[in-house]
Design a protein around this ligand. Structure first.
Ligand code: NAD
Length: 349
């Protein structure tokens, strides 16, 4: 495979291939850009069908982290790592130790955090072999002490972002009576739904699992709908909090919502779908801007946790979105495109 000429290769600074015979480790660490600070990003373990797929994934995701951190005004660059393998059957202490030793050799240019297939416990284990992992400290929260889980911060940032988007598109300061559909009531989505309910919103929820739906119905008075029904609901806001690529050729024509604002990563199936939303008068809050609460949380953990400073930083998501919305309005460009331009101005400066 010709790595340098891949479109996903963009302008990566460093890509490291790691293997360890004894533990069976095969991993790739990608540092996209470190202008603003060390490259921080999740370590994903996944049974990729091919090495090509793993390379493309790590290149795409590490680049995304540069944009996300720059937009959130963090002194961090963008990076990501992938371990090729099934986390259920192939993740052993020896494999994690070998991966951690590889991180240590990079001397802090890349800092790993949990991601799909890895856990806070895995990160904590790796601290025996490296200093360069994040998202591991127990810290106080409203619900009691919790470990590095960034979901509550992500949910709060998404809530702030929905308020900003509603203000921009619907001209409303209050969420009282606002109709919101939440796709996916997992860690982030459920917490977000709770905050929306407390602010007076009316909720519709969907998920592929029954249990969180029953809970959302009981606890939040949410109306439960089938996964395929969520797109066409007569609501004000559609909040995707489940999976990527859900804004596509088949779902966009169904949307009645005037605002799409949720926590899921990579919501646009392709960049052109951002233009499609704009054409239909739907305001899209770019995913990596609105869901930055998690990375902001991890960053604050590294610089010394101060809850008030963390909250203030997360609330800055509103300013970021307002800047994007205003520029998109003036320049008549899709919000995702404008977000990328602003992020580039920040990290290329
Ligand atoms: P999660 O796994 O806890 O929740 C996702 C929920 O979506 C689950 O309940 C799942 O059953 C449901 N789901 C999956 N497929 C679905 C479908 N087709 N229709 C409806 N529901 C479906 O994950 P999470 O941590 O809550 O993250 C949610 C999204 O936000 C993901 O896209 C994630 O990448 C993104 N995100 C999360 C964080 C964070 O801090 N956790 C940070 C940034 C971005």
């Amino acid at each position: 495979m010709a790595v340098f000429s891949l479109s996903d290769f963009a302008d990566h600074e460093q890509v490291v291939f790691v293997s360890d015979d004894k533990s069976g480790l095969k991993a790739i660490i990608a540092v996209h850009n470190s202008n603003l600070g060390p490259a921080l990003g999740g370590c994903r373990m996944w049974p990729y069908a091919s090495e090509d797929e793993a390379i493309r994934d790590v290149l795409r995701l590490s680049r995304g982290m540069t944009y996300k951190s720059a937009m959130a005004n963090l002194k961090l660059g963008g990076g990501k790592s992938v371990i090729i393998g099934n986390p259920r059957t192939q993740k052993t202490p020896e494999l994690l130790a070998a991966f951690a030793r590889a991180l240590e050799q990079l001397n802090g240019r890349y800092i790993a955090a949990e991601d799909s297939g890895t856990s806070v416990a895995d990160m904590k284990y790796m601290t025996q072999f490296t200093r360069h992992v994040a998202g591991i400290h127990d810290k106080p929260s409203d619900a009691g002490t919790r470990s590095g889980d960034p979901s509550p911060a992500t949910a709060y940032g998404t809530f702030i972002g929905i308020k900003a988007a509603v203000k921009e598109r619907l001209g409303r300061d209050s969420l009282e009576g606002l109709r919101v559909a939440v796709q996916g009531v997992g860690n982030v989505g459920f917490d977000l739904a709770r905050q929306l309910k407390a602010a007076g919103a009316q909720l519709w929820v969907t998920d592929i699992h029954r249990e969180p739906l029953l809970q959302a119905g009981k606890e939040l008075g949410a109306t439960v709908v089938a996964p395929e029904e969520v797109f066409g609901l007569d609501v004000d806001v559609f909040a995707p909090c489940a999976l990527g690529a859900i804004l596509n050729d088949s779902t966009i024509p169904q949307l009645k919502a005037k605002v799409v604002a949720g926590a899921a990563n990579n919501q646009l199936a392709e960049a052109r779908h951002g233009a499609e939303l704009m054409k239909r008068g739907i305001l899209y809050a770019p995913d990596y801007v609105i869901n930055a609460g998690g990375i902001i949380d991890v960053y604050h953990e590294r610089i010394g946790f101060d809850r008030a400073a963390l909250i203030k930083h997360i609330e800055g998501i509103e300013d970021n979105l307002m800047e994007i919305f205003e520029r998109a309005r003036k320049e008549e460009r899709p919000t995702g495109e404008v977000a990328d331009a602003i992020a580039e101005e920040r990290f290329k400066r």
